[in-house]
Design a binder for this molecule. Structure first.
Ligand code: ZN
Length: 306
């Protein structure tokens, strides 16, 4: 066990990195570590994590009661307690609002597709814990549901949470969550994701076992059918090769719905060219066209010129 003095300095350093990378704004985020003697060392409430000093930290008991410190413990202490209570091996918890991962949490899209081997072997899937009002037991309960099987969670409409047996490992997992979110976003913007096969995911699970990569739960053996199984890590990895490529344009169903409605308004059978002056959209509103729609639109304009 590291000395408390060392851990105080490490929390300051992790806070500085979270702030520097834009994973927190203002006084967002919180960090805690488990100390000997059933105690926790936590960041105080109401300070920027980028400008902390070791003496600002607060020690509490495992019920969140303050033991030492001039400031009050983190307002999210209940969420941290829920982790330590359910995972005796966990020594550190990091909570932040990294923008891309939090965007997925706001959109309600979990990071649970098998697309990067490193993420599959280390974090597995990153589900979304239900929304709970920050600082209340609601949020702690939402975390409790998933934390037994996962080291990284998104928190609906809020942020992300990572845990490990050591502080810097928990911080690096936060970096991985945000990095994975950014890569997933780019792939989806490009229009498709090619998922790893179920066979490959099983192979990666074997590697985890062989190299003793610590994971709180195995990857679920099959694709989810009836909602997530909370005893294992649910990953989308199709058994059939033909199902491996996911068209991510389809994800944006609200925009697609708008487009379909405007198509139907023209009536008739077959594909109609988009009418940009139909009044369904304001002149300054953004619309998105697939390549095929754009070329059809251009072909139509050329035909009218002839
Ligand atoms: Zn937060």
């Amino acid at each position: 066990m590291q000395t408390e003095e060392r851990l105080r300095a490490d929390i300051v350093e992790v806070g500085r990195r979270l702030h520097e990378r834009g994973f927190v704004a203002s006084n967002d985020g919180n960090i805690s570590v488990r100390l000997e003697g059933d105690r926790l060392l936590t960041t105080p409430t109401g300070v920027s994590k980028g400008f902390m000093t070791p003496d600002m930290m607060v020690t509490t008991d495992l019920a969140g009661g303050k033991l030492t410190g001039e400031r009050e413990p983190s307002s999210e202490i209940l969420m941290h307690l829920a982790v330590y209570e359910n995972r005796p091996e966990i020594k550190a918890v990091v909570h932040a609002h990294p923008p891309t991962a939090t965007g997925f949490a706001v959109a309600g899209i979990p990071l649970d597709r098998a697309v990067l081997a490193e993420v599959v072997t280390t974090l597995g899937s990153i589900p979304i814990a239900d929304y709970g009002t920050p600082s209340t037991s609601e949020l702690a309960d939402a975390v409790r549901q998933y934390i037994r099987a996962h080291d990284g969670l998104l928190l609906a409409n809020h942020g992300a949470l990572t845990v490990a047996d050591e502080l810097f490992a928990a911080y690096y997992k936060m970096e991985t969550v945000e990095h994975f979110a950014r890569i997933s976003l780019v792939a989806r913007q490009l229009g498709r994701e090619r998922l790893l096969s179920r066979e490959e995911v099983n192979r990666l699970q074997d590697l985890r076992d062989r190299y003793g990569i610590a994971a709180p739960a195995p990857i679920c053996p099959t694709d989810p059918e009836n909602g997530p199984d909370l005893s294992c890590q649910t990953l989308e990895a199709p058994a059939q090769p033909g199902e491996q490529v996911v068209d991510t344009q389809a994800v944006d169903s609200s925009r697609a719905g708008t487009r379909d409605a405007s198509d139907e308004s023209h009536g008739g059978s077959g594909r109609q060219p988009l009418d940009l002056g139909s009044g369904l959209l304001g002149s300054d509103e953004e619309i998105r066209l697939t390549y095929r729609e754009l070329t059809a639109l251009i072909a139509d304009a050329v035909k009218q010129l002839q």
